[in-house]
Design a binder for this molecule. Sequence first.
Ligand SMILES: Nc1ncnc2c1ncn2[C@@H]1O[C@H](COP(=O)(O)OP(=O)(O)OP(=O)(O)O)[C@@H](O)[C@H]1O
Ligand SMILES: [Mg+2]
Length: 270
Amino acid sequence: MAGLNPEQRLAVETTEGPVLVLAGAGTGKTRVLTTRLAHILATGKARPWELLVVTFTNKAAREMRERITHLIGPSAEGLRWLGTFHSVAAQILRRHAELVGLKSSFTILDMDDQERVLKQLLEAANIDTKRWTPRSLSGMIDHWKNRGWTPDTLPAGEDFANGKGKGLYAAYQARLVSLNACDFGDLLLHNLTILGKNPAWPRTIGGGSNTSWWTSIRTPTWPSTCGCGCCRPPPATSAASAMTTSPSMAGAAPRWTTSSASSGISRARR
Ligand SMILES: Nc1ncnc2c1ncn2[C@@H]1O[C@H](COP(=O)(O)OP(=O)(O)OP(=O)(O)O)[C@@H](O)[C@H]1O
Ligand SMILES: [Mg+2]
């Protein structure tokens, strides 16, 4: 704590409710996140495996783990829910795969596998794969998944190959289930479906690319009834107050803002 400026300290000490930290490159955002984690652990508000810590990239996840380990020592190994959105989503999906028709041993298809499956489906539907390529269909499906749309919820205006989009998407999803497989986009989409299937898990879903998953995480609403003992869920958060402050770090021009929106850390309920 000693090395933090007042705004950073405020963000670290605000442990009830969401906190949004907006600050420029290299100005100490990660220091806030890692210190906030250490503070939550040191004050006994949560144990390492009750913290959900998500990043966009593997590099950022590695950096977070290293820096938290530096702060709290070996107990950082208990941070089992620290990773990228996709890796955390994959772990959750392994535990609840049956809710989306998969077995926990499912495989994750790479782009080539995905296009191979799509090519077969396009050919089976007598669609010219030169004009309507597997790659373009793959891109389209990825776009739909990033918006949280399943074949059933695909908006009417969304299409591929003159009216065949929805059917192809449904056939692709069915094929993946028969292969006990999913693609990268499914990691997030299936998590939304799993949350949606459990009425005890209220949530807000919305937004564009990948933000539906983000929204579901930042909305403090995971199940209180999940018995798996690991995706023990967040946070009955109370509304946090918004605070806007000025920069005070040496050499750091950007404005520091801490407000009540989201952070990369959710504290799980005991
Ligand atoms: N209040 C502070 N006083 C002095 N040094 C600080 C302070 N906050 C952060 N630093 C140092 O500034 C450097 C950058 O911090 P940090 O990596 O947390 O920034 P960041 O905003 O996450 O950067 P990036 O945009 O690259 O992700 C680190 O060496 C960190 O220890
Ligand atoms: Mg950083």
